[in-house]
Every structure is written in structure tokens, then in C-alpha cells.
Design a protein around this ligand. Sequence first.
Ligand SMILES: Cc1cc2nc3c(=O)[nH]c(=O)nc-3n(C[C@H](O)[C@H](O)[C@H](O)COP(=O)(O)OP(=O)(O)OC[C@H]3O[C@@H](n4cnc5c(N)ncnc54)[C@H](O)[C@@H]3O)c2cc1C
Length: 638
Amino acid sequence: MKLDARSPSGPLAGKWGNFKREQKLVTPANKRKFRVIVVGTGLAGGSAAATLAELGYEVLSFCFQDSPRRAHSIAAQGGINAAKNYQNDGDSVDRLFYDTLKGGDYRAREANVYRLAEVSVSIIDQCVAQGVPFAREYGGKLANRSFGGAQVSRTFYCRGQTGQQLLLGAYQAMARQIGAGTIKMFPRTEMLDLVVENGRARGIVVRHLTTGQIESFNADAVVMASGGYSNAYYLSTNANGCNVTATYRAYKRGAAFANPCYTQIHPTCIPVAGDHQAKLTLMSESLRNDGRVWVPKNAGDVAKNPNDIKEADRDYILERLYPNYGNLAPRDVSSRAAKRVCDENRGVGPGGRGVYLDFADAIKRQGETKIRGEYGNLFDMYERITAENAYQRPMRIYPALHYTMGGLWVDYHLMSNIDGLFVIGEANFSDHGANRLGASALMQGLADGYFVLPYTLGNYFASTKLDRRETSTQAFKDAEVNVSNRIQKLLNVNGRKSATEYHREVGKIIWDNVGMSRTKQTCELAISKIQELRAEFWQNVSVAGTSDNLNVGLERAGRVADFLEFGELLAYDALTRNESCGGHFREEYQEADGEAKRDDEHFSHTAAFEYQGDAQVPMRHTETLNYEFVQRSTRSYK
Ligand SMILES: Cc1cc2nc3c(=O)[nH]c(=O)nc-3n(C[C@H](O)[C@H](O)[C@H](O)COP(=O)(O)OP(=O)(O)OC[C@H]3O[C@@H](n4cnc5c(N)ncnc54)[C@H](O)[C@@H]3O)c2cc1C
């Protein structure tokens, strides 16, 4: 397998310009001759489909929800980064680039990250033009706040509903094209296989979820925008439907899966309340602009009412440990700090797995009305879930699985190692290295969809001789049989345990052993336990009903079956990366003060895995990360 990043030559700041200048173009009249499949209608897929259709391509768009507007992107709360420097506080494209690389612990590709920072400024203009109601200052300028890992305010936001508003913008742009007939929309349709012919991605096989019909679609290129795989851990802040199926099945067809062990634990989530919980709720990172994270200094005080604990008896952990960034230290660093104090028995709330996020000072300084205006919907959500009023008593928060930096490997053109298979948004591995900074996922998804893919895809079409589109070929037939057989196999097991139970079990194995921290032993243990559980699943899973109509249990079982394979890949990546970096914390590799210890000599690379067959160890390939423009240093927020 060849992993050629295809980064353009020349100075960093000129690479994207060089690419655009040198790319081949498809003339307007020829664009309609090319058909593109886009799997996913979140911010990445929605923006890509709308833009490609606006350009004149024929687009087929797929999502498993009943409407593109229900993609998980709608849940994004806090904001989207852009290097506009409206605050005049020292921001620039260079600074956003540097913060993102450093935030990712120097495990991302320089050229991609620089382009992301460059393009960020256009995203805001695009969204404002669509009518996205970003928060504004008194004078009418767009407002900004800060997110973790940055010392400037560059995060644009729509109260606590930024993802929803951005998605409505992308969706209305899509809807215009659906009306015009350039996008054909397939809701409630799940991609279950990728069709690769003569080394090129030429289509997908789907199941129509309401009728059970299996159908193939062909195209000149396939764009995967199917989101992240946090739900491999079962409990996460992601929507329940999020899964790894689309990308994992593409992996089984030869697409390299990069850095699956780079998963992000978000420090500010509502703590787990019981064994039967199916989902965790994020309290946006934006809250750390004004909330102060603390625990009692003495383990004996954890059961006390927090308002009765004196100032002198509180440990403001992030302000103490990371005075330069304080409560806005990045997510991986903040999460580990919270875990450490809870391990010292200073955690608060049920089970002792919680720290306080306290707004009392901010309310005293700015007034409750101001705080309510900034974060009111988040406080309301917190109260609905915990029955506690966070204006009067500090919130309780604890880290939870939130985002996945790993994904299908892509080059500078956002194309995977399979020609014609492009991957965008959270589904790819590209820009965040080993840890994503807050508010950078929306930036990346929209950069990919609105501004990068429309160029690189055109270049692919203009420079590739494509065979005629067909769905009657052997490759399509084989993929359809593959999909039908797997569905039938699930229905035939006739066991006694639900797919959800298996999901909970595999998630717990992964969380306990390959979660916030990992060791060689826990990774090995996870691999053997997942193998055992997978074998049991195929003997004992119970899937009721049939395949020829709506069958939610069947859908779930298929996704859980993929998690049961993918979890092993995740653990294997964690086992073979003998260093700590960003969200990948191997306990054996830490500095004296407990911070992550990178090994640049041996691990300054992306690990990309090639499928070798069921129950075979995957082949580990590497793409070396050369830092030409940035000097790597030990990442410090102190
Ligand atoms: C609670 C929460 C809050 C967040 N807040 C922020 C924030 O403030 N700022 C920020 O930058 N990031 C935030 N994030 C992260 C960000 O929301 C996501 O990374 C981003 O929205 C992912 O967008 P996407 O388009 O790549 O995927 P998604 O929005 O997940 O969309 C995936 C799409 O793929 C489709 N799909 C998946 N599999 C299949 C299949 N097999 N067949 C057919 N269709 C399929 C789905 O139907 C869906 O349409 C947050 C995340 C969470 C969980």
C-alpha cells in the first residue's frame, strides 16, 4: 500500500494557492456528466453535496436519518473557529495553524493544517451569507469567545446551538439543489458496502431502511462523510445512531484506516448516573470561558455542599497546573487532570467521578442575566438532566468520549488510498493529529465540504480516464451478495442476547482498557476480550423480525457487529504506538509530572492499517510526518 500525501511543493503559505493554480478544471458544461455519491448529510456531507451540485455535478446524497437535518452535526454546541482576528487580540492564520498543530501534539500533516487555517476565514463569510445567526457584539460585529488550547478569542457561535444553525445553513443550500433536481436525496438509507472496480471506487450498496430493499448505486466518485466512531465506547456524547459501519466496510474493501486509537475524551460532560444509561451529555467547552474547575483540597470534604466549602479549601486544578491557559487548557490535558484528582478520592458526586465547574465568580462579576444570555440553554439542559440549578450550585462534570481524530486515511486532496474514494469531516483522519482543539471539528467539516473537496474532486475528474458507469458488473453483484449474506447471518443466529447488550459490553471493554489511559497489558487484554465477545455475539445475538421491512434491531445489530471488529483495530493501534501523544495516553510513557511523553524519533508518523482478512492482524503502514516549517517542542500549557 502506497501512502503518498501529495502535498503541493513550495512554501507552506503558497501550497493551496499552487494547487488551485495548477489543478485541472472540468468545464461547466461537462460537470453534469459526472455523478458523485455523498454518504452523509452532516456539516461535511451537507456542505459538500450542496456545493458540488451548485457547481453542476449530479449528486446522490445518502443518510440513515429521516432527514438530512438530523445528522449528528446538529448537536454541536459551542462554536466554530476561524482566524478572522475580529478581536484584534493577536490572531492570524499562522497562529491558528500553530495552535492546531501543537494542540494535536505534532501528529498532523503540516500542509493540511495550514490550508485549514487559511480556509477558515472563508467559512464564516459563507455562513453569514446563508443567514446563519452568529452572535454579535453591540456594534454589529460578529462576537467571539475562547476555546481550549488558544490564547485568543476566535470561536464564532450561535449561543449553544452552533451546529444546528450551521446545519440549517448547509441544509437549505442542499434543499435548493434537491428542488432543482441536481441532488437526489436518499434519507433512511444505509450504506453497507463500497464497490471498488479496477482499483477505483465506483459505487455503494445500500439498504433502504423502511423496505429492507438492497440496492446498488454507481458513480464516478464516492465521498464518505459518515462521521466519527465514538460510539465504539457505547457511552459517548455522540447521537445514538453514530457508528463506524461506512468507514469500516470501506476499510474492508482496501481503504487504509489511520490512527484509530486517537480518540478524544471531553472534560466537560455530565457524569455517568447509572448502569443503564445509553448516552452521555456534553456541557460545551465554551462554559470554561467563565466556569472554574475545582475539587475540594481534602478528600474528607467531597460530600459537603460545595457552597459551604471555603475558598482556601478548594483546589482550582487547571488554574494551578496550567496557569497560562487556566480553565481553557486543551481537552486531553484537562480530562487527565480531572481523572487524576478523582483517582485521589477528591472527586465529587455519586461514585466520586466528578469535578465542579463553578460560575459563582462569573455571575458576581457579570451578573446572572449576562451568563444566562451566553449559556442559558446549556444551564437549562443541565437542570433537566440533573435537577440541579447551576446558577446556584456548581455544575458537576466528568470526562467522556466525544470525538474521534482517527478515520480513513486521506491525502492532501482528501482522497483515500483507493482512487475515487474521498473522505471528509470526522470520517477522515486528517487535520487534528492526536487531539482536536475545541471548535475545530465544525471548521474542518465545512472547510472540507465547502472549500477543499469541490476543487480536488474536479481535479480528479479532469485528470482521470473513467470507465462507463455500470451496476451490472461482477463487483456490484459480489458486494450485494456480501451485504445480503451478512444480514441473513445476523437473523439466523437466533440467540438470546440483544445487540445492545453486546454493545454495552464491548464499549465497557474498550473504555476500561483503551480509554483515557492505556498500557500494553490493557490493550492486549482488550484485544483478547473483544475476540471472545465477538465469537459469542455470532453464537448468541438475538435479532427479531425480518429483513424486508423497517427493523431497527437489525440495523443496530449490523453496527454492533462492526464495532466488535473495529474495537480490536483500535486497541491494536494503541498497542503498537509505544508513546503518549494527545488523547493517546500510554501510562508507560509519561513525564515526571504526569504529562504525555512523545517519542518523535520512532513515532512521528501516521499509522494506517490495511485489512488482511477476518481474524488476521492488520498490516501497519506509516506516513512519516516531516515538520519543515514548525519546530516541534514538548507540548506545554503551563
Ligand atoms: C455534543 C457534541 C457537541 C459538539 N460541539 C462542537 C462544537 O461546538 N464545535 C465543533 O467544532 N465541534 C463540535 N462537536 C463535534 C462535531 O459536531 C462533529 O465532529 C461534526 O459535526 C461531524 O460532522 P460530520 O459531517 O463529519 O458527521 P455527522 O454530522 O456525524 O454526519 C454523519 C452523516 O453520515 C450519515 N451516515 C453515517 N453512516 C452512514 C451509513 N452507513 N449510510 C448512510 N449514511 C450514513 C449520517 O446519516 C449523517 O448524515 C460536537 C460533538 C458533539 C457530540
